[in-house]
Every structure is written in C-alpha cells, then in structure tokens.
Design a protein around this ligand. Structure first.
Ligand code: ATP
Ligand code: MG
Length: 572
C-alpha cells in the first residue's frame, strides 16, 4: 500500500513505546519511589465508551503491561441519577473487546461508600469540613470568580458537633435533595476555585444500581476519586487535562485523611477527532433524539459502534500508539484512525466478491446449464490465507459502473467491443447492449475466451481492467449500508453553530438489491472482509440467514496516506 512507502505504520512493541507519563513511571521505578505500578481506568457508567476512552484504556492498561504492574477497572459510580447497569455491562465488554484484562481487579467506587463516609466524619471532627445550608445557587454565587475571591457561607463557622449531627441526619434521610451539602473547609479566597470549600457530599434520594437504597447521600467525584485510588493502592492516577485544576484538592484530601496509600495524579490531553464529538452527554442526546439507531449505531464513535461498523480492536490500539500521549491539546484527523484500521484490514481481511449495483452479463458462447468451480485466492497479498472456489456460469452480475456505453478516454473497464478480465476467471468481451424501454442498460451480451481460464491468456495479452463478479444462479441477495462521517463539519458545532446543524444527512445510505458470493451467507458478525475493489464490509447484527445485511466499514481509498504523500500533513 501507498501508506507503507510514505511512513512507517508499524506499531512499536510496548517496550519501545514511550511518552512523558511512561518516562515518569520508569523514573519512579528506577529511582525507587515506587516498587510496583498500579493504574486504573475509571469510567462513570453513565453512557457507552467512545474512542476517546480507548486512548485512556490503552494508556492505563498499556503502562501496567509494559512495567509489569496492574490496571484496575473501577466504575466511578457516584451519581445514581445517571448511571445504569446496562452501561456497566457494556463498558466491561468494550474494555475486554479492546484486548485488555483487569483480572481480579474489578472495583466500584460504591464499594467504598462506607469508608468514604467515615473519612468525611473524620474531616468534620477535625474541623476540616462542615455542613452548609446554602442552596446550590447560593453556593455558586458565593464562589467568586477567577479574579474575585469567594465569600464565606454563614454556616462555615458551625461547630463540628452541629455539622456531625446534621451530616448524620442527612445520611438518615431527614432532608430533601439539595437542602444541605457537606463541604471541605479549605480557603474561600484561594486562587484555585476548586479549593473554595468544594462540596464533598450531596443529598440524592435515588436508587443506586449497586448499592440500592442503602444511601441517600453520595460523595462527589472529587471526594470519591482520589480516595478510591488510595484504597486500591493506585500509584499513577492518570486522567485528562480538565482535572489538572482539581489536583491540589486531590492532594489536599490525600494529605488530610488517613488513607492507606498516596497516589499521584498526572494529566494528559484528551483525544479530539475531526468530524466527531467525543462527549457522552452529546452521544446520549443523539441516541435519545433518535438521530442515530442507538449507542452501537455504526456511525457512532462509541466502541460498540465502531465494532459494529467492523473496525478491528487491533486498529484502535495501533491508532492509540500512533497518536501517542502528550499534554498539548490537539485535534486528530479522523482519516488517521481510518488509516490505522485500513492497515490492519489490508493485512487480515479476506477478499470476497460482491456487487452493490448489479448489471447482468450473459456469456453467449458459454454452454447453457454448464457451471464450473474456479479457485479464487482469499488474499492475493497473503498466500497463507488460502483460496476458495467460486462458481462460474453463463450469467454473472457485475457492477453497473464498471460498464460505459460510450467510454471517455481514461475509462478502461467494460465497453462495447472491449475485452476485460473477470478476476480469477476468464477474459470477456462485450458484444451487445440490451436496454429496457426507458433506455436503461439491463443486460450485456458478452463472449468469453475459454483459453483464458484463471485470468491469464496463453498469448500474454493483458486487458487493462480486472472486474469482480458474482454468479447469478448462486448469488445471495443482500442489503448493504454505506456509512460516512456522522458530522459534515470537521469541527462540529464550531463558530457557535448548533452541533446538530452539522449532522451529515447522508451519513447512512442503504443499498438494497446487492449480491454477494455464496460463502458470505454464513459469515459471522464481527468478521470484516474486503469486497474486492469496493472496500471493507462486515455483516451487521441485523443480518438474518435469508436477509443478509452488511455494513461498509471503510472504502478502500486511504485519504490520510494520500494527504501524507502530498506532504500536506506532518507525519507525526
Ligand atoms: P465524556 O467527556 O465523554 O463525558 P468523561 O470524562 O465524563 O467522558 P469518564 O467515564 O469520566 O467519562 O471517563 C473515564 C476516563 O476516560 C477518564 O479518566 C477520562 O479522563 C478518560 N477520557 C474521557 N474522554 C477522553 C478522551 N476524549 N480522551 C482521552 N481520555 C478520555
Ligand atoms: Mg468524567
């Protein structure tokens, strides 16, 4: 492929891979600050994982693998209003699909609710937390701005005993949602707004997917996260840059609580992709408003969506390795992801024949009723992929746009009087064009040269085009769904547009009346093949034995490699 000429797309082995976080980890081990490494991937189960999460998964699990450590899968399930068991199950399945294994280390922040509660009580007793009666709006008003200090709540000077009593009554369910919160007593004048007495607990009367109705107060992300890390012995708590300003609070809590270990937080830049929105909130809206068919719609950037689309996990891991990990925010072109996926599929996908827009060829000098089995390689670039037999007969389907009645100069495919090769079969020449009353071509009457069996002529002549084909009698009808970017704009919602104005109205095109070769009848969901000359395709879960459905994973053309070759992009 072109791409391998212009750049090395080989994935470095984990041991060669490095980035600023891996350098920190390596130095911590080398210089004895840490004896072993524990990382974690901490999803909140309020949606499905997307390709941005894959970057974090590859980083956290990749570091554990590389340095002989451990990576926990921990659900950050502290907000029962938005969290569901469905999401927990889907997230675990997606991480496993990506190729990572947390072994016994599956954890839930909700398992630590009792411990977190006791630590909150410790803070109150030490005068480092208080119950505040201000409403959420009032707390916001008191918080100040980046340039103005905050104002203290009138309840800030409440005695520890009174706060303790109120906190216990909050837990007992005496107050409605929002009536009181527990706040850390840090510094309302701090330059870092996160340190202006952040909320640690809020009242939420809601059934938790795992804890049931045991609690009606729930810790905030800030109070749960670092302490969960400490309980699990996490050494390197790796998160995205938006948490950088929370790190002083993370450290304050770790220093002021009797936690069993001292994790450190490190931040990296989140993945942004052109033509894509990576935000569970927005993805949930797309699902709820019916803009897509569900979380696993093949146009979604969710892991379940791209899996259904036919992207192999290896391609996602390679992509994560290609983009690396850094602290500067950037937007990656989606073509780079597609390039990584094509690279894997080009090596691994079996080649198959399918005709998406069929036109019939009748070979008039091929005996009526005769058929023969022709051996066709499964991957011309990989002999070890073997071959299969495809039935050849008098009537075949070819692609409508592989024929032109009046071909322009650069059109080398079939035309009246012209000979082309049918892949691994014979040379055929078009003799007559049959049309319906509307003038649409219905049949191409052709002849074949029996001496060209297998696709080569004894006299060495070589047609300029090789076409794919499907035998009419054996062809299996199929529906094929063609996908394009979900958003037309490279930066959806840019220039203050409504995000949904940028949705691509043609992101899905359904083609009915396609034909595929018989061996695809029982292709399992999850196996992506190359329809020769058309692209990569995979069976969709909607497929039934008598109604096959295929998704186009990607077209063949590698736009990213082309951009690279033209020198328009930094090879990275
Ligand atoms: P979203 O912004 O999509 O709602 P989130 O950050 O709320 O995602 P979490 O479940 O909290 O989702 O994320 C789990 C982990 O994945 C966090 O450590 C978070 O930093 C990381 N993560 C989320 N989005 C990205 C991204 N685009 N690139 C890299 N890492 C990400
Ligand atoms: Mg989050």
């Amino acid at each position: 492929m072109l791409s391998s000429v212009v750049m090395s797309t080989e994935t470095p082995t984990p041991f060669e891979r490095t980035d600023f976080i891996r350098e920190i980890v390596a130095a911590d081990l080398r210089e004895g600050r840490r004896r072993s490494i524990v990382t974690r991937f901490p999803p909140e189960p309020n949606g499905y994982l997307h390709i941005g999460h894959a970057k974090s998964i590859c980083l956290n699990f990749g570091i554990a693998e590389q340095f002989g450590g451990q990576c926990n899968l921990r659900f950050d399930d502290t907000n029962p209003v938005k969290e569901e068991q469905e999401y927990i199950d889907a997230i675990a399945a997606d991480v496993r699909w990506l190729g990572f294994d947390w072994g016994e280390h599956l954890y839930f922040a909700s398992d630590y609710f009792q411990q977190l509660y006791e630590w909150a009580v410790d803070l109150i007793k030490a005068g480092k937390a208080y119950v505040d009666d201000l409403t959420a709006d009032e707390i916001r008003e008191h918080r100040g701005t980046l340039t103005e200090p905050g104002r203290e709540s009138p309840w800030r000077s409440r005695s520890a005993d009174e706060s303790l009593d109120l906190f216990e009554r909050m837990r007992a369910g005496e107050f409605p949602n929002g009536e009181r919160v527990l706040r850390a007593r840090i510094d309302m004048a701090s330059g870092n707004i996160n340190l202006r007495d952040p909320v640690l607990y809020r009242i939420v009367h809601a059934t938790h997917p795992r804890a049931g109705d045991a609690w009606c107060i729930y810790p905030t992300y800030d109070f749960a996260h670092g302490q969960s890390d400490a309980i699990e012995g996490v050494t390197h708590s790796i998160c995205t840059l938006e948490f950088q300003d929370h790190r002083p609070l993370y450290d304050w809590l770790i220093e002021n609580l009797p936690v069993p270990s001292h994790p450190h937080q490190y931040e990296f830049a989140r993945l942004n992709l052109t033509h894509t929105v990576l935000s569970k909130r927005v993805l949930l809206r797309l699902v709820n408003e019916g803009r897509v068919k569900g979380w696993d719609d093949p146009r979604m950037p969710t892991l379940s969506g791209i899996r259904r689309r036919g992207f192999p996990a290896e391609g996602i891991r390679d992509f994560a390795a290609m983009i690396g990990v850094a602290r500067n925010e950037s937007v990656i072109e989606i073509e780079m992801l597609e390039h990584a996926v094509r690279d894997v599929l080009n090596r691994t996908a079996l080649r198959r024949f399918a005709v998406l827009d069929p036109i019939k060829v009748v070979i008039e000098n091929y005996p009526e009723g005769q058929i023969e089995e022709l051996e066709v390689p499964n991957n011309p670039e990989d002999p070890s992929a073997g071959s299969r037999d495809v039935t050849f007969g008098r009537e075949l389907w070819i692609e409508r746009d592989d024929f032109m009645e009046e071909p322009p100069a650069k059109f080398f495919r079939l035309a009246p009087g012209r000979e082309v090769r049918l892949r691994s079969a014979y040379f055929v020449t078009c003799r007559e064009v049959v049309k319906d009353p509307a003038g649409r071509v219905t049949v191409l009457k052709c002849t074949y040269d029996p001496a060209t069996r297998g696709g080569a002529a004894p006299d060495g002549r070589r047609p300029k085009a090789t076409l794919h084909w499907v035998p009419v009698a054996q062809a299996i009808p199929a529906e094929v769904r063609l996908y394009d970017h979900l958003f037309t704009a490279p930066y959806p919602g840019g220039d203050d547009r409504d995000l949904f104005e940028d949705l691509n109205p043609d992101s899905e095109t359904v083609r009915r009346g396609c034909f595929v070769e018989p061996c695809l009848a029982d292709a399992p969901v999850g196996t992506t093949v190359q329809f020769e000359r058309l692209g990569y395709f995979c069976p969709d879960p909607d497929s039934a034995p008598d109604a096959l459905v295929f998704n186009r994973t990607l077209a063949l053309r590698d736009t990213w490699a082309k951009l690279q070759a033209q020198g328009q992009r930094d090879p990275g």
